[in-house]
Design a protein around this ligand. Structure first.
Ligand code: TYD
Ligand code: MG
Length: 446
């Protein structure tokens, strides 16, 4: 094979340069050049012409899904693994990515799928010790302790695997590029070749990638467009709770969250996340409201906490953790104009307990209720859940899948739901307090 030539491509603007430079002359971005191997230009022999399909031929090929057996992971993937699917699993060092991947590999192996686990960061012994700790030493998983991309792809080709885990993409390196493992060029090159092999062989590929707090350049972010699915593994500080979040998914919903708990024997899937998120809710304390939210396709009860305190600032603070800050500003204004809550001299802090993030407007009512509760120093009755969108005119709007939200609230022992008028086709085991306006909702509540 002829030696490939190298070019340096700016990751910001796409300009290519023959030499490495600290700054791209085309777009002035700093430290944005990554080397890429340019295949020697050879006149390509014209192959057979590509054949387009009729649209109706493209339909009717349901993808065959393989369940991994780790329920929360299957949920986040959109209902199991799809052949050839490339998934990036990102997260800070120490969060539990290798643990999750080893448990996944073992579970797939136990289900009869041939699995290759490439340990590029750790020695075989370290992986062995982890397997022992997890009680998985007898699992039919092929372990390859290797960092060379070419050796990995060779082993993959000769093995006929149904799933391959590469831990991590920052630790492997292609001999085509002179740079070190973990550099932008290496990460892109290795991920690109492995992804192509996954599509070719139909094996599901999992790439582990570290994200540093500083968001290092060669981190998984540069790979997001090359893969089908991007999962981020996160946790609250000093908590054993781990949230697996899909931020991109070509085969499922993106707001799906999987909930795990890290224990002495690895990760356990959490069967009843609502109960866990509500476990530490203070009883009868002002500033706390429970929202019947939807996280992806799953109804989930989340505690919304608010603290309203007198401010000495000309521009009082509005701080939101787990929800959009702009939304909080809007809700404070609506509470002021339409519910008589003068917050202009108060700082407002809102937090979703347990590190959950909600993007849906259905959380509006619970946020408004929590803020009003803290402002008036009056607790929300313990058996009440809230959900509903708040409009700029102070009106309450119905939100999607109310029956599923109510059912989950009933399952967790709630007896009253405060929401917008909602049409329910079937009776629910719940007293529904419907209000058309925010001010009316607050009146009904207290
Ligand atoms: P690890 O999977 O190595 O994290 P990552 O690959 O994301 O860097 O796990 C890291 C932490 O998890 C480590 O501090 C030990 C802890 N841990 C447990 O608490 N229980 C377990 O069963 C295992 C295997 C690890
Ligand atoms: Mg690891």
């Amino acid at each position: 094979m002829a030696k490939s030539r190298l070019v340096y491509v700016c990751q910001a603007c796409g300009a290519s340069h023959p030499k490495w430079l600290g700054r791209c002359p085309a777009c002035q971005a700093w430290d944005s050049l990554a080397e890429e191997a340019l295949a020697p230009a050879s006149p390509a022999a014209p192959g057979p012409a590509a054949q387009p399909l009729a649209l109706k031929q493209a339909w009717g090929r349901p993808e065959k899904r393989t369940m991994s057996g780790l329920g929360e992971l299957d949920r986040v993937l959109g209902g199991g693994l799809v052949p050839g699917m490339v998934t990036l699993v990102g997260g800070e060092p120490g969060i539990g990515k290798s643990t999750l991947m080893l448990q996944l590999a073992a579970s797939l192996g136990a289900g009869g799928l041939p699995v290759l686990y490439v340990a590029a960061e750790e020695s075989a012994r370290q992986v062995g010790l982890r397997a022992q700790r997890l009680g998985l030493t007898d699992s039919p998983v092929a372990l390859l302790n290797e960092t060379g991309l070419e050796q990995i792809t060779q082993a993959w080709r000769s093995g006929g695997y149904g799933a391959v885990v590469v831990d991590s993409v920052q630790a492997i390196r292609s001999a085509d590029l002179p740079s070190l493992a973990g550099s932008l060029g290496q990460v892109r090159q290795c991920a690109g070749e492995l992804a192509a092999l996954a599509k070719q062989t139909g094996a599901a590929l999992f790439l582990v990638g570290h994200v540093t707090k500083e968001g290092a350049l060669a981190g998984p972010r540069v790979l997001e467009h090359m893969v089908d699915t991007v999962l981020y593994f996160e946790s609250e500080l000093a908590s054993s709770l781990r949230l697996l979040r899909a931020v991109k998914n070509r085969f499922g919903a993106t707001d799906e969250v999987g909930v795990f708990e890290m224990g002495e024997e690895g990760l356990r899937t959490v069967a009843n996340p609502s109960a866990l998120f509500l476990a530490q809710r203070p009883a009868e304390a002002p500033g706390s409201a429970v929202c019947a939210a939807l996280s992806g396709t799953r109804p989930l009860l989340v505690e919304v906490q608010a603290l309203v305190s007198p401010s000495g600032l000309a521009m009082p603070r509005r701080q939101a953790l787990g929800l959009d800050a702009g939304r909080l500003h809007m809700l404070c204004a609506v509470l002021g104009i339409h519910a008589g809550l003068d917050l202009s001299g108060h700082d407002v802090f809102v937090n979703l307990a347990g590190g959950i993030k909600l993007g849906e407007p259905a959380a509006d009512l619970a946020v408004a209720v929590a803020v009003a509760s803290s402002f008036h120093a009056r607790a929300v009755p313990a058996q009440v859940v809230c959900f509903g969108e708040v409009g700029l005119a102070g009106e309450l709007r119905a939100v999607s899948r109310a029956p599923a939200r109510l059912a989950e609230a009933a399952r967790q022992g709630f007896t009253r739901a405060l929401t917008a008028p909602t049409r329910l086709d079937k009776p629910v085991e719940m007293e529904v307090l419907a209000a058309t306006r925010l001010a009316q909702a607050l009146e009904v509540l207290w």
